[in-house]
Design a protein around this ligand. Structure first.
Ligand SMILES: Nc1ncnc2c1ncn2[C@@H]1O[C@H](COP(=O)(O)OP(=O)(O)O)[C@@H](O)[C@H]1O
Ligand SMILES: [Mg+2]
Length: 326
């Protein structure tokens, strides 16, 4: 019998318009069925796959090739595909940011309702803020909430010394957005706006950014484009203007320290922890630092404290994370 994992993966691949993956999973289910002695079921699935393959082949010839969720060819070197199970509730966010992100998710879930009134969901969202505040995690959570594949664009692969090449690579990614619905995550998007890769040639960098902005303008796919930057000062107004929502992340307020640590340490009794002291000690650390300190504290508790997690272990882990040049 098909496992629940296989079923979920199948539904996902269907949602992403990924025929190949859909059929590959069906193949697996058929061969599992055969191994388990369910020959009739295996035969039936096999016949269905055969006719679906024929149909898919005809469609591919008739229309332009559809991009599939497991990137192939040059696209494979430009984007990394994943299928996150992350949810927004896994991200510790201010109420304000959480409300705004949930709205965007809802627009995509209910895009049919919007379409009936001639409206589109917002599709271009910029996440901006210091490193380690949860921007990448948010990208995964949005993909997870929508049950869409997450395609992380490897800008290192996209940006080359040659402007023409960079534009051609961006074109491949934007074509994929059209072909396979998903969340396309341009992490460290400021790299497009700076001299990196363009070797001292500001004009070249400018042209690269312009071609990105032009692709953004032209995009009419059903995909969601998320961009993230740790360096918003490197980006200009022309850039920000292209995005339909800009979400600003920041270092955690004191009450988030408790939420981050508690979420990360569910196996420990934290009822005796003095949170004001711990929050004060964590001032200046990012969410990622605090989560890392939680893991440090958990290891210390298990190896050195008989599995009891005390204030002083947590405080020590936080202070250690604050050491420069760790
Ligand atoms: N707001 C947050 N809520 C929960 N965990 C977080 C948060 N921000 C960061 N983390 C933890 O730190 C890790 C790295 O954070 P990340 O999302 O990559 O930060 P950014 O992309 O902003 O640099 C995450 O995978 C997660 O474990
Ligand atoms: Mg990141």
């Amino acid at each position: 019998m098909a496992s629940s994992k296989q079923l979920i993966a199948m539904i996902r691949s269907h949602a992403a318009g990924d025929d190949e993956r859909f059929l590959a999973i069906a193949d697996h289910i058929a061969s599992d069925a055969r191994k388990a002695g369910h020959h009739r079921m295996a035969d039936e699935i096999g016949t269905l796959i055969g006719s679906l393959r024929e149909e898919a082949g005809e469609r591919r010839i008739a229309s332009k090739p559809t991009m599939i969720a497991a990137p192939r060819g040059e696209l494979a070197s430009l984007v990394r595909a994943s299928y996150p199970e992350t949810r927004l509730s896994d991200v510790v966010l201010t109420d304000e940011i959480e409300r705004r992100l949930r709205k965007i998710v809802r627009e995509h879930r209910e895009r049919g309702v919007l379409a009936e009134r001639g409206l589109l969901p917002r599709r271009k969202v910029l996440l901006s803020g210091p490193p380690g505040t949860g921007k990448s995690l948010t990208a995964a959570a949005i993909a997870g909430e929508l049950g869409l594949p997450l395609f992380t664009v490897q800008l290192d692969g996209v940006i080359t010394k040659y402007m023409g090449e960079t534009a051609a690579k961006l074109r491949i990614v934007f074509d994929a957005m059209q072909g396979a619905r998903g969340v396309y995550f341009f992490d460290e998007v400021d790299a497009l706006a700076t001299k990196r890769g363009a070797e001292n040639d500001i004009g070249e960098a400018r042209r690269m950014l312009n071609s990105f902005l032009q692709f953004l303008d032209e995009d009419s796919s059903g995909s969601l484009l998320l961009a993230a930057t740790n360096h918003q000062e490197l980006l200009d107004r022309a850039f920000f203007r292209r995005f339909e929502a800009i979400v600003r992340y920041d270092l955690p307020p004191p009450d988030h320290v408790r939420r981050l640590l508690s979420n990360r340490l569910p196996q420990f009794d934290l009822s005796a922890v003095s949170w004001p002291e711990v929050s004060a000690a964590a001032d200046g650390l990012s969410q990622a630092d605090i989560v890392a300190a939680a893991d440090d504290a958990a290891r210390d508790a298990v190896l050195e404290e008989d599995g009891q997690l005390t204030d002083s272990t947590i405080l020590q882990a936080i202070r250690d994370r604050k050491q420069p040049h760790r």
